[in-house]
Design a protein around this ligand. Sequence first.
Ligand code: HEC
Ligand SMILES: [Cu+2]
Length: 360
Amino acid sequence: MSTRKGIMRFFPFALLTLLLAGCGEEGLTALDPMGPQAQWLFDNMMLSLYVMALVIIVVFTLFFIAVIKFRKKPGDEEIPEQVEGSKTLELTWTVIPILLLVILAVPTVTGTFMLADTTPSGPEGSGDSGEEELDEDEIEEDGVTIEVTGHQYWWQFDYEEGFTAGQEVYIPAEEKVEFELHAEDVIHSFWVPALGGKVDNVPGITNNLWLEADEPGVYQGKCAELCGPSHALMDFKLIALDRDDYDAWVEEMSQDPEEFEPAEDDETMANQGREVFEQEGCIGCHAIGGQGSEQGPTLTNFGDRETLAGYLDPTDENLDEWIRYPQEVKQDNNMPGFPDMEDEDMEALIEYLQGLSVQD
Ligand code: HEC
Ligand SMILES: [Cu+2]
């Protein structure tokens, strides 16, 4: 084999390496677990990897020993002694795989029950201390359950306190949080790789999932079920806050609708923007502070968004482009464009939307 051929043989592997390098999108990895569920998945993956590696090493070592030791040597003319059947060997290669399967099955089965119990933990955390049992009533009161609805191509999060958030789901850190998954139109899948496995959002069905973040932070989420032309852009964020900050956020989000209106002074840009928002019919699809329709993502805390439409930087320029030509930014999404909006109106509208914040 020429050197050149040798190199060509490795070409597919080189290509694969390049492809796999693409798997490094910021925060979208299950190999850096940031919560107990993700940790469990990771540990199980490593366990099965070790078991498989062990099997491969043992089998291939025996195979090569056999091939090398018993190959035909110069001068070997006679057929060697033929051995058939060996009870010891048969038993060995039956019992060892059974043991290996048990080693894999025990953590898998116990973990499956652990994953299936989606009861939220409340502020006590998920540590399974005996005391937790005693406080069960309290836990039910304090534990956080969030309804998640997948839409083409955005996410809606309904909280028990009665308010709605769009695109970004806030949870308290160090607590087991329950998610009830629904879909409005087609099947989507809710996935925060750093925190746990994905579970499908299926129209007409409620699926349950729990996740816990070990520490406060912003975690990248993604729709993991092909749901249409803009499926790949159906990203979201999971934002874990300390319990106190989370409680403060919930309180801000639950305020009366009037609290989200710009101050009374008619001259401000934000006030003009609010008028444009009503006149152009944005309010027919977007609610703010619970006021308006929820056909599109709620904009109550739009000014706090990490992204625009799930994946863009929320700059004024991007917002302008989005409002005028949403179909070019996110193909097939359900927002109509406003290409002819007056610059002055647009400026006021942007000012108003960017100012919608519930954080200091
Ligand atoms: C017919 C319903 C409809 C109307 C009218 C509408 N929108 Fe939307 N809007 C949507 C939908 C649906 C989305 C989600 C698109 C996606 O990401 O798939 C959206 C997304 C947005 C977003 C991004 C939200 C986020 O969280 O990133 C902004 C901002 C927005 N719209 C502003 C406006 C403004 C301003 C107007 C009025 C000028 C308006 N919309 C009119 C349906 C509508
Ligand atoms: Cu989707």
